[in-house]
Write a protein that binds this ligand. Structure first.
Ligand code: DX5
Ligand code: ZN
Length: 218
């Protein structure tokens, strides 16, 4: 099953609720929420109060991408704010196994993200401990960047590792994805697609439907 996760980082923050409702009504399954701390990544975005205010807008899956150092410190609060799925960076967790357990224990789905330069082999010990893996296809921190082609090889390798382990875990890809290159990412073995600028520039409902149309014909 292919899932679209519009990243609200590219939405109009002055009418965020409306933007979330638009993509949810157009059929997006996940709402991708990029939390940045200005330490793990150079930029600062938003945190718990924004997620909490958006929660009543839709019952779609709130997919929270934590671009923060030691995200384990925030798991309980992010869950309380309304997260359904919490994604932490392998590079930001000193005790990744503990953090993944923490996420699952609080009733959320757990995901692990990798920066472009981090090899997928670093996930080999936790293949069974996560509900999703996120391969970053840009360096995290900003929307609107260019897709890094070598990350396709990582998606293929991770899909092969999962197949070999008898797992059909979701692989999410995030950064620089548009209707023009999304098929390459699906071909490589990803099934959860994050798109920020490609969804929220111009007509967000029409852009969402375009992605879903591609998925349905894939
Ligand atoms: C980047 C964020 C992404 C970003 C994607 O650090 O994790 O989710 O919003 O934006 P686009 O699709 O514009 O590259
Ligand atoms: Zn993201």
């Amino acid at each position: 099953m292919y899932i679209l996760a519009p990243s609200i980082l590219a939405a109009d923050f002055s009418r965020l609720g409306e933007e979330v409702r638009t993509v949810a009504d157009a059929g997006a399954e996940y709402i991708h929420l990029d939390v940045m701390d200005g330490a793990f990544v150079p930029s600062i975005s938003f945190g718990m109060p924004v997620i909490q205010k958006l929660r009543p807008v839709t019952d779609k899956v709130f997919d929270v991408h934590m671009m923060v150092e030691e995200p384990g410190r925030y798991v309980a609060d992010i869950k309380k704010a309304g997260a359904d799925l919490i994604c932490v960076h392998q590079e930001a967790c000193r005790h990744l196994d503990r953090t993944l357990n923490q996420i699952r224990e609080c009733g959320c789905k757990a995901a692990v993200a990798l920066n472009p330069a981090t090899p997928v082999e670093t996930l080999s010990c936790v293949l069974k401990e996560a509900d999703m893996f996120l391969i970053m296809s840009v360096n995290p921190g900003f929307g609107g960047q260019k897709f890094i082609p070598y990350t396709l090889k990582k998606i293929r390798k991770l899909r092969a590792m999962l197949n070999e382990a008898g797992l059909s875990t979701d692989i999410q890809v995030d950064g620089g994805i548009s209707a023009a290159n999304v098929r390459d990412v699906l071909d490589a073995g990803a099934n959860v697609i994050v798109a920020g600028s490609a969804v929220f520039k111009n007509d967000a409902a029409a852009n969402t439907r375009e992605f879903l149309e591609i998925f349905s014909r894939y």
